[in-house]
Design a protein around this ligand. Sequence first.
Ligand SMILES: *[C@@H]1O[C@H](CO)[C@@H](O)[C@H](O)[C@H]1NC(C)=O
Ligand SMILES: *[C@@H]1O[C@H](CO)[C@@H](O)[C@H](O)[C@H]1NC(C)=O
Ligand SMILES: *[C@@H]1O[C@H](CO)[C@@H](O)[C@H](O)[C@H]1NC(C)=O
Length: 363
Amino acid sequence: MVLRQFIQKHVKWILPIFLFIFLLFFAWRRSVIMPVFLHCQETEIIKNKSLDVRKPTDKKEAELVILVWVYPFGDKFPLDICETAYGITGCKLTADRQLYNVADGVVIHHYDIMYNKNSLPQTPRPHYQRWVWFNLEPPLIIQNLHFLDNLFNLTMTFRQDSDVYIPYGRIEAVKEPQNITIPPKSKLVAWVVSKWYPGTPRIKYYEELKKYISVDIYGKEHLKLSRTDFYNTISRYKFYLAFENSIYKDYITEKIWSNAFGTWSVPVVLGTSRKNYERFIPGDAFIHVDDFPSAKELADFLLELDKDDERYRKYFNWRHRHKVTLNGGWASSYCKACRVLKQQTEYQVIPSVEKWFLGNSSF
Ligand SMILES: *[C@@H]1O[C@H](CO)[C@@H](O)[C@H](O)[C@H]1NC(C)=O
Ligand SMILES: *[C@@H]1O[C@H](CO)[C@@H](O)[C@H](O)[C@H]1NC(C)=O
Ligand SMILES: *[C@@H]1O[C@H](CO)[C@@H](O)[C@H](O)[C@H]1NC(C)=O
């Protein structure tokens, strides 16, 4: 009864007090819980700045030893060109596993270890040694990411939020506007495809598109095309289907960089969102399938451009002020890993590469 009287007496205060407490709690959550929570959700990476990862005996400018655990896909590459080719000093790349015990970094290419957990290093690591997970493939192609639980310290992928960012290509502004020459065009749409995964978005889209426009397909089981004829053949086409095998954040591959931009064929892209493409590529440099409600409308648009040279040429305007640079190959990637390991000396663990790679793919 006392309580009831109390409530009746102070009823006008109860609501404001509750509101006040709620607001306080909300503010506290945002400032204390949320950043920590978001941080873990977003990256699943634990960082700890207080630990120095250098070898205890190392002087500041000491050379880092980077162990190439496996040559990616068995492709050998020169190990001694970080300084001469890329200006990255103080890196000793080695493929000699005898040096495991002195290696500062071990770069492990996922595709080459993904069928056998025992193909990862088995011996205990020195406390300063960091493992780098190297992968340029989308989830569709790779397997057994759980092998990597609680082993790795850095990520090295095509995703821009990787510790070591390895894009398939990039566009840079040039200082002086440059004159351009568009190669002569006599054909319409080309597509070079090696892996025909039925049921993937790009195959479904093509099946629809081909009803309305003719597409010349090159590759296994299709028209033959040798490496040496590549440029001369594809540069004759007005459009190139730069269709990715996966729709995944930042996954923009040589299909656009070398096959389309490299041959001056205007890319028609299927892959991540237009917004995501535009983080890397000028919006007027490509046509996105999502720009059209259906494959038929895309086909109609390409046929229209085919008849309107002035409009077609607008897809080359960006080239006056930009240039395309392709990924420099394996050696450049490993040298870059070394450079990042030198710069980023904080303690870091990735409890689950799988969660990081599969869980955070909003784009
Ligand atoms: C961070 O590093 C310090 C120094 O080595 C260590 O004492 C501490 O436990 C570490 N914290 C975490 C969360 O790993
Ligand atoms: C570009 O073309 C213009 C006109 O033909 C010429 O005057 C100029 O020197 C050229 N610039 C370059 C960088 O070649
Ligand atoms: C690297 O990561 C592993 C496990 O993820 C951890 O045990 C080790 O302490 C980390 N080392 C450094 C130098 O960050």
